[in-house]
Design a protein around this ligand. Structure first.
Ligand code: ADP
Ligand code: MG
Length: 720
């Protein structure tokens, strides 16, 4: 194709939709509601579903009990109201071989969406009832409206029909037509992916891919197309991460730390155990980064109890060996305090001064801490957000450790890091995720992973119970306390009103997972009182809620740690990020409303001492999908396996929470299916930047432009 045409078609991508045939200003306005402004937007407006006509069954051939798709014309639509608050829509669909009836309960609006004479597809399980084949709540699409506008006849008549997301004022046929026109206008646009890369990864060219997404000849072609465009999303994301990292590092002064100093070797000798191979490897990777004249950007990934803390502590000691200071930030005061308890003694034993700073630290103490920090005498400062405040100044901050970094904003993390001239950065997370997902979420970090817990930890048994079987858990708690052990009862939702629950479907879960206390404090108190008086009358029952003051929380935790409380009723799950080896039983109410990973993290709190632990997960009824989810926890202790299982049952958007992470939107990538592709894209991005660090070579020019576009979109989205 001659160059001028290629250029013209490339430029066409950025032309407004009004320049397309059939797009009036009214329709352009409607498209804008879908975020579609130019032809490229249309091409990236990917179908949400496909109907492969080659798999359509005739009504006669549709077998009872099988799930099939049929296509036919609507005969009659009936809306029935057999009793108050119950509606049934029945719609007969006829093809040349017979009749089938679609039935929908409590969805009266469907009666208005289907009209006699419409050509529709219906997918569902075939049943036989009252002498007719029927489908209950089938999935349907209108392929051609009976009263269609003859102008809007489909330009495209393939064997596979694509269904695009629509909006008021644009029907499916119009949308297909607009997309078709955009495909035509841009069909010789230049492919931004360097040909060599495309060939080496066996990818189709971009124009073919766009065609294959919107007008595939068959589903194999669609999959090839999706793979190519998903690869584009992935490599751009990785370039974005890698270049972003370079930008962040520009202007910083990387330090090469000593990694064989006396304090580190002393601390290692004093450890009461030997590090596992995985801990050794993680530590080695961290120390290598620190020693190198570059900024460390590393994530230490591992389940609760896999021994990350000790690895982080040794890294901090290495920094102190090099005359530097360290900051360690945790999302809650309880967690920060726990780090103090675990790491503090280790630091003291090699003569390192440390302190804990939270918003609850008394002013006088705080002043002294800041003074010693500025003079460089204080080597390690642990704490919460309180570390970020402007007047917290280090004399020589060399290493920043951030626990559960996703609980902090990018700005907060950066602010802490900027307190050093070129401090190294170590993030930790106890949410195990597969490597491919780590690449998508934390692609700007290198990963060290610990899979296995050190050998000493006792196994913990997990049992799913229905609400009516609650007594089983209560008995286990009584038995444990009788033997001198302790128990947690976690009620993440106590007192949350049911309407609120329904309103915020999904949102509520997300908030709980972020560690928010969604419970009603009064109801939590009532629950604790009820448990104390009626269920465990001879035991000491304590209450911990997210809304208590930090001091009250600490006091309660301390009582629990000291054994002055037998049963701790807690609402905010994350506050229970505390290590109490004597607590062996955990009961989690409303477990079906919590994420798998979150439950897994929680149960890691049990069975940490020398006694075996047990965890009871309560769900309203022990049936259905939520039961299956919870049973995965019964079956395996492997957090990474569970994470994959969790991913399968979620949508990409939820997982990536793209805005929050400052990660550009991925439209086509499937975290599980594309894990291989994600790793290939990462490798390609690294190699590309190695050869052409600023993407200046003409061969990468188009890619650089695409990247610029994506970064702009990401920053616009973040700024919204
Ligand atoms: P994490 O920070 O990953 O949740 P921790 O560092 O708190 O895990 O370790 C959990 C427990 O295991 C702690 O009590 C710790 O002292 C202990 N531990 C850590 N590493 C080892 C090891 N290599 N061998 C034996 N015990 C270990
Ligand atoms: Mg360094």
């Amino acid at each position: 194709m001659p160059q001028p045409i290629r250029l013209q078609h490339t430029q066409a991508l950025d032309e407004p939709v009004e320049s397309l045939r059939f797009v009036s200003s009214g329709r352009a306005l409607a498209l804008e509601r879908l975020g579609i402004g130019n032809k490229r937007d249309l091409l990236e407006h990917y179908p949400r579903r496909y109907l492969d006509l080659s798999t359509v069954s005739s009504i006669q051939a549709a077998k009872i009990g099988e799930t099939v798709t049929i296509v036919g014309r609507v005969g009659e639509v009936k809306l029935k109201k057999p009793k108050p608050r119950m509606t049934i829509v029945e719609c007969s669909v006829i093809d040349s071989t017979g009749v089938i009836i679609g039935v929908w309960f409590k969805q009266p609006w469907i009666a208005n969406r289907l009209k006699k004479g419409d050509r529709v597809s219906m997918s569902g399980k075939v049943e036989m009832n009252f002498g007719f084949k029927r489908m209950n709540s089938p999935f349907y699409e209108v392929l051609e409206a009976a009263d269609r506008d003859p102008d809007s006849d489909d330009a495209y008549q393939g064997r596979v029909i694509a269904f695009h997301p629509l909006c008021e004022g644009i029907n499916a046929a119009w949308m297909r037509r607009f997309v078709h026109e955009a495909l035509e206008d841009c069909r010789y646009a230049i492919d931004p992916l360097p040909a060599q890369l495309r060939v080496s990864r066996g990818l189709v060219d971009r124009n073919a891919a766009w065609r294959g997404m919107h007008e595939p000849a068959d589903m194999r072609e669609q999959e090839e197309a999706r793979r190519r465009l998903a690869y584009d999303e992935l490599i751009l994301l990785q370039l974005h991460f890698l270049l972003g990292r370079r930008q962040l590092e520009a202007g910083l002064e990387p330090q090469s730390q000593v990694i064989d100093g006396p304090l580190l070797s002393m601390a290692r000798e004093q450890l009461p155990f030997t590090l596992t191979d995985e801990q050794e490897k993680a530590l080695e990777q961290i120390l290598a980064d620190m020693a190198a004249p570059r900024i460390m950007e590393r994530l230490l990934l591992g389940d609760v109890g896999t021994g990350k803390t000790v690895v982080a502590a040794l890294a901090m000691i290495a920094a102190v060996d090099s005359g530097q200071q360290c900051a360690m930030m945790a999302p809650t005061a309880v967690l920060a305090g726990q780090y103090g308890n675990k790491i503090g003694p280790m630091l003291e034993s090699v003569g390192i001064e440390w302190a804990l700073l939270t918003s609850a630290t008394p002013a006088a103490t705080r002043d002294r801490i800041l003074e010693r920090l500025a003079s460089g005498q204080l080597k390690v400062l642990m704490g919460t957000h309180a570390l970020i405040q402007d007047d917290v100044l280090f004399s020589n901050l060399g290493l920043v450790v951030v626990d559960e970094q996703h609980r902090f904003g990018v700005d907060q993390r950066t602010k802490l890091r900027r307190k050093g001239k070129g401090s190294d950065y170590l993030a930790m997370t106890a949410t195990p995720i597969p490597r491919s997902l780590a690449l998508l979420l934390y692609g700007d970090l290198d990963c060290s992973t610990i899979h296995r817990r050190p050998g000493n930890s006792t196994p913990c048994k997990t049992v799913v119970l229905s609400s009516s079987e609650r007594a089983v858990a209560y008995d286990a708690i009584r038995e444990a306390v009788k033997q001198g052990r302790q128990a947690y009862i976690i009620c993440p939702l106590v007192g949350v009103k049911s309407e609120q629950e329904e309103d915020e479907q999904g949102l509520l879960e997300a908030r709980i997972e972020q560690g928010e206390d969604c419970s009603d404090p009064k109801a939590a108190q009532t629950e604790a009182r009820f448990l104390a008086s009626k269920v465990f009358p001879n035991m000491r029952v304590g209450l911990l809620t997210g809304r208590m003051s930090a001091a009250d929380k600490d006091a309660t935790m301390e009582q629990f740690r000291d054994g002055a409380i037998d049963v701790l009723v807690a609402t905010t799950v994350v506050e229970v990020g505390v290590d109490v080896p004597n607590a062996t039983v955990m009961m989690i109410e409303d477990a079906d409303r919590c994420g798998i990973s979150q439950l897994h993290q929680l149960r890691g709190r049990g069975g940490r001492g020398k006694y075996p632990g047990s965890v009871y997960l309560l769900a309203p009824s022990s049936q259905g999908k939520s039961k299956a989810r919870l049973e995965a926890l019964e079956r395996t202790q492997d957090g990474f396996k569970l994470a994959e299982y969790d991913l399968e049952s979620r949508k990409e958007g939820d997982i990536l929470g793209s805005r929050q992470h400052g990660v550009p939107q991925l439209k086509l990538v499937n975290v599980l299916k594309d894990s291989q592709l994600a790793m290939e894209a990462r490798q390609d991005a690294e190699e590309l930047l190695e050869r052409d660090p600023l993407l200046e070579s003409p061969i990468n020019g188009m890619l650089a432009i695409e990247l610029e576009r994506l970064r702009k979109r990401a920053s616009d989205a973040a700024g919204e």
